[in-house]
Design a protein around this ligand. Structure first.
Ligand code: HEM
Ligand SMILES: *[C@@H]1O[C@H](CO)[C@@H](O)[C@H](O)[C@H]1NC(C)=O
Ligand SMILES: *[C@@H]1O[C@H](CO)[C@@H](O)[C@H](O)[C@H]1NC(C)=O
Ligand SMILES: *[C@@H]1O[C@H](CO)[C@@H](O)[C@H](O)[C@H]1NC(C)=O
Ligand SMILES: *[C@@H]1O[C@H](CO)[C@@H](O)[C@H](O)[C@H]1NC(C)=O
Ligand SMILES: *[C@@H]1O[C@H](CO)[C@@H](O)[C@H](O)[C@H]1NC(C)=O
Ligand SMILES: *[C@@H]1O[C@H](CO)[C@@H](O)[C@H](O)[C@H]1NC(C)=O
Length: 329
């Protein structure tokens, strides 16, 4: 009886690839840059071992890249004196320097091996998958052949990225405009099983909540106390942050969902997952069943990875990930 299920999974993973994007394949660089996968793998392994925050930083960087005009490495472009680029939008929320660094390292190695062949968008997509797998998450296929964007504007980040103070209605609507279901949104947000958030993202729940104590009663009291200590001076010490998954912060597992009903969800948007009637059953399923989470996360990541990609003349293969070819001399 396993066959119908396998077939269904197979069909649903095919149907997420619109015909116009069918130029992508897993073997895109097989002839032009046969060492591509090996070089990315080696670069991210080395980086993750030396800087364990790289995996989470890279996953978030990739998410932000894809949500704003598609997975086209537009988030990697540096601002210049004329235009403020995506990465310098206020909402870049202090994207991780390690994440930018690992992509630049892989690009540098690839430009030596096969100059001008591999796009920064493909490097970011593959590096993200390799890093997720490295910290315990599921493996999934990454289609290749994305081109890098020809534009990057800070203003385009507005309204395309979720914020921790959004209502669940707003979050669901945002993902829906990009073609993601509630279930896919809940699965993708399981990415908060790794990494951290800066105090300003949840300080309202600790110091300014509409309650006598000033603390959001949805927090586990001991957890809130610990967070208050960490964040006591967060306005002056803006680097202070807390793990998104306080139990197993550097392991990709389903602990994020197990934390939520215990008041250990860090962000207001995290806790909202077990309050809203549309998301609660899904979060509860993932808390019970890590296999279900991993399968759904992997499928949603495959879908995210081809969102809004550019192929053909819609983009270019950048020589440097932080600069358009047109302004390189
Ligand atoms: C439901 C909507 C979401 C909201 C409101 C949200 C919000 C946030 C916020 C505020 C932070 C902290 C940023 C900082 O202070 O540095 C964060 C971190 C993070 N987010 Fe999300 N996020 C959402 C969905 C997602 C999704 C779908 C993914 C992945 C597919 C993701 C992956 C991450 C990761 C890995 C981090 C940790 C980054 C690091 O350690 O450098 N988030 N998120
Ligand atoms: C700045 O933005 C304009 C469009 O508003 C674009 O045509 C131009 O190429 C950009 N310049 C640089 C240096 O990125
Ligand atoms: C994010 O944007 C701010 C300005 O809004 C900038 O100072 C910071 O360097 C940017 N972060 C990254 C990683 O580019
Ligand atoms: C959420 O926070 C941002 C920045 O901190 C603020 O500009 C925005 O108005 C807030 N949104 C809501 C719905 O409170
Ligand atoms: C934060 O910095 C300001 C200005 O430097 C100072 O007046 C204030 O006392 C500091 N606050 C705390 C809690 O240290
Ligand atoms: C967990 O989910 C997987 C995948 O959906 C399913 O095959 C399995 O039967 C579930 N396990 C339990 C104990 O419910
Ligand atoms: C597919 O690739 C061909 C040749 O590489 C290119 O001419 C065409 O524009 C691509 N199609 C799409 C939809 O990007």
């Amino acid at each position: 009886m396993a066959h119908p299920l396998v077939l269904l999974l197979f069909l649903s993973s095919l149907s997420i690839i619109p015909p116009s994007q069918s130029n992508l394949t897993t073997s895109y660089y097989q002839k032009s840059c046969p060492n591509f996968e090996h070089i990315v793998q080696e670069t991210v392994t080395d980086k993750q071992i030396n800087s364990p925050t790289t995996a989470a930083g890279t996953l978030r960087l990739f998410f932000h890249d894809c949500m704003v005009e598609g997975c086209d490495a537009s988030v990697l472009v540096s601002s210049n004196s004329f235009n403020k680029s995506e990465r310098d939008a206020d909402i870049n929320h202090s994207l991780s320097g390690d994440a930018f660094d690992v992509i630049i390292r892989a690009k540098t190695a690839l430009e030596l091996d096969c100059p001008g062949i591999v796009s920064c968008a493909d490097i970011l997509a593959l590096a993200t998958r390799d890093l997720i797998t490295m910290v315990g998450g599921p493996f999934y296929k990454v289609l290749l052949g994305r081109k890098d964007s020809l534009v990057s504007f800070a203003s385009h980040a507005d309204g395309n990225l979720p914020r921790s103070n959004m209502t669940m209605n707003q979050i669901i609507r945002l993902f829906k405009t990009k073609g993601f279901t509630v279930q896919e949104m809940v699965a993708l947000t399981g990415g908060h099983t790794i990494g951290f958030s800066h105090c300003k993202e949840f300080a309202d729940r600790l110091f300014h909540y509409r309650a006598k104590s000033g603390i959001d009663p949805a927090y586990n009291p001991k957890f809130a106390e610990g967070l208050k200590n960490v964040c006591a001076n967060y306005r002056n010490n803006t680097g202070m942050s807390a793990f998104n998954d306080v139990m197993t912060p550097s392991k990709f597992d389903n602990m994020y969902y197990q934390n939520l009903p215990r008041g250990l969800g860090l962000l207001a948007s995290d806790h909202a997952m077990v309050v809203d009637r549309r998301t609660k059953p899904i979060a509860e399923l993932y808390a019970r069943n890590q296999t279900a989470f991993f399968e759904d996360f992997a499928r949603a990541m495959e879908k995210l990875s081809i969102y809004g990609i550019k192929t053909g003349r819609m983009g270019e293969v950048r020589h440097r990930c932080d600069m358009f070819n047109s302004i390189q001399t």
